[in-house]
Structures are given as structure tokens and as C-alpha cells.
Design a binder for this molecule. Structure first.
Ligand code: ZN
Length: 79
């Protein structure tokens, strides 16, 4: 008896899941500074918080910024 398997490749796409939000975080890179930005979905407000921290603390001019979301993979064509 022969068993046959048929495989077919389908095109998939990936994007932010419908119920997910893109969140921004930031951390001051000045040595001995522990300032961090709480996750926010408002990028302008996040950048403004970094600018405010820099304005209040001369020399604190480099930040590690990150964005995260929940990604969802979806099949883009029917099999
Ligand atoms: Zn700082």
C-alpha cells in the first residue's frame, strides 16, 4: 500500500494582530541613569517624554527605543 501526501505552499502575510497595539518603550542610555519610558501607544508622547528628560538632565541625549506588538500570520490565498 502506498501512502501519498500532497503538500502545497500558500502565500502568507504577517501584520499586527487586530486586537494588538503597537507599543513604544524607551530607556536613557546615560550611565547610572535609570530613567525609562513606560510602554505607550502614543509615539509622539513617548518622544516628548524623552525630550523632556533630556531637557531636565543635560547630557542625557541618547535613548534606546523599542516598539513591540502581537503579530498575526494569515494565509493570503486559499488552498
Ligand atoms: Zn537619563
Amino acid at each position: 500500500m502506498t501512502v501519498r501526501a500532497r503538500y502545497r505552499f500558500a502565500v502568507h502575510g504577517i501584520g499586527t494582530a487586530p486586537r494588538s497595539r503597537l507599543l513604544m518603550t524607551a530607556r536613557c542610555l546615560t550611565p547610572d541613569c535609570a530613567w525609562t519610558l513606560a510602554p505607550t501607544d502614543d509615539e509622539d508622547a513617548g518622544n516628548a517624554a524623552c525630550l523632556t528628560h533630556a531637557g531636565l538632565n543635560p547630557g542625557h541625549d541618547e535613548y534606546a527605543r523599542g516598539w513591540s506588538d502581537v503579530a498575526q500570520v494569515r494565509r493570503l490565498e486559499a488552498l
